[in-house]
Write a protein that binds this ligand. Structure first.
Ligand code: UDP
Ligand code: MG
Length: 332
């Protein structure tokens, strides 16, 4: 492949298209990914070679770093950021968006579940004037029923007002225009839920539909535990509705207290069975105690997030970069 235009000393012109690919232990897919990307760019002569790929190695423990290093040595339009440790998928996307210089930037999974060929449709919609083109999975192959069911439930819950309205079944696979990318760069919150942030910024948004194929190789980096954490981040970063649960619970238990009070007084005043009621007491105690714990826990989720926000640590740490002009790479 030819090297990009412009000598290393002169500032290189902004590429038309940037791809951002988060990589975490993907050694099994990287060679095929490289082949598919090259085939994809070869099939897009209208770009005239004006593209770049930003790989973000999110602290991989396998051979991914070396494989990416080799690729970047042979292709100057491949840039690689190596994180100092694993910071998570959303931080990796953030770093990619911080570095990507394209007029259009596409974020996609490295495992080829987001086929590069769909990017062609996204580019077409972008040229029509849309700022955000998100990929919606019309079908998901090779994902467990459980994953599909929980994902479905999550998107419906979010749409019901538990957060920002994000398009159902759209993941992080999306094209964003440079104005959107620049806006996103200014949002530095910690518990990042990128697809929510993109929906939140607005601009002209549209969808393209695609069938999501199976992971090319390797296994999902999102076990149930991480998925739950991610869903919780999605809700807490866009909604304080859960905090109102305490108010609702208070109202409900207040109403119940009136009923129980009338009943207890009745038994006391008009019957002689006042000692009975151990079961009732135990139940009531257990119920109120757990409801209070639940609410304290919820409060804690938000307080913990305030604490982490206040510390203002960087969202990620880049240990080294390859394929980037050192003076144009500002560190965050
Ligand atoms: N990923 C990452 N850091 C992580 C977990 C995942 O950069 O801590 C990357 C991963 O390499 C992949 C993308 O994020 O390119 C999506 O992960 P995965 O395909 O495992 O998620 P799924 O498609 O199963 O939801
Ligand atoms: Mg995947």
């Amino acid at each position: 492949m030819s090297s990009p235009s412009g000598s290393p000393s002169s500032p290189s012109p902004r590429p038309t298209l940037s791809l951002v690919l988060p990589i975490y232990n993907e050694e099994a897919v990287i060679p095929e990914l490289d082949r598919r990307l090259r085939a994809f760019f070869d099939g897009l002569p209208e770009l005239a070679g004006s593209w770049e790929v930003v790989f973000v190695n999110d602290g991989s423990a396998d051979a991914s770093a070396d494989l990416l290093g080799d690729l970047a040595r042979n292709e100057r339009r491949y840039r690689v950021l190596h994180f100092a440790r694993n910071f998570g998928h959303q931080a990796a996307i953030t770093a990619g968006l911080d570095r990507a210089e394209g007029d259009a930037v596409v974020v996609m999974d490295a495992d080829l579940q987001d086929p590069p060929e769909v990017v062609r449709d996204m580019l077409a919609r972008w040229r029509e004037g849309f700022d955000v083109v998100y990929g919606v999975r019309s079908k998901r192959h090779g994902e467990t029923l459980f994953k599909r069911a929980t994902a479905h439930l999550f998107y419906r819950l979010m749409a019901m007002g538990l957060g920002v309205k994000i398009p159902a079944d759209a993941g992080d696979f999306r094209l964003m225009s440079r104005p959107v990318v620049l806006t996103l760069r200014s949002l530095r919150e910690r518990h990042r839920f990128m697809r929510g942030l993109v929906a939140w910024v607005g601009f002209r948004q549209t969808a393209v539909y695609y069938e999501r194929p199976e992971r090319f190789a390797g296994e999902t980096k999102y076990p149930l535990r991480k998925m739950l954490r991610f869903a919780l981040d999605g809700v807490t970063s866009f909604s304080t509705t859960p905090l109102r649960i305490a108010t609702w619970l208070g109202a409900i238990s207040g109403a119940a207290a009136v009923g129980i009070g009338v009943w207890a007084l009745y038994i006391k005043l008009f019957t002689d069975k006042t000692v009975q009621g151990w079961t009732t007491l135990t139940l009531l105690l257990a119920l109120t105690a757990s409801a209070q714990m639940l609410v304290i826990g919820l409060l804690g989720e938000y307080v913990g997030r305030i604490y982490e926000e206040i510390k203002n640590r960087p969202l990620y740490i880049v240990a080294r970069e390859t394929g980037v002009d050192s003076d144009s790479a500002e560190r965050r």
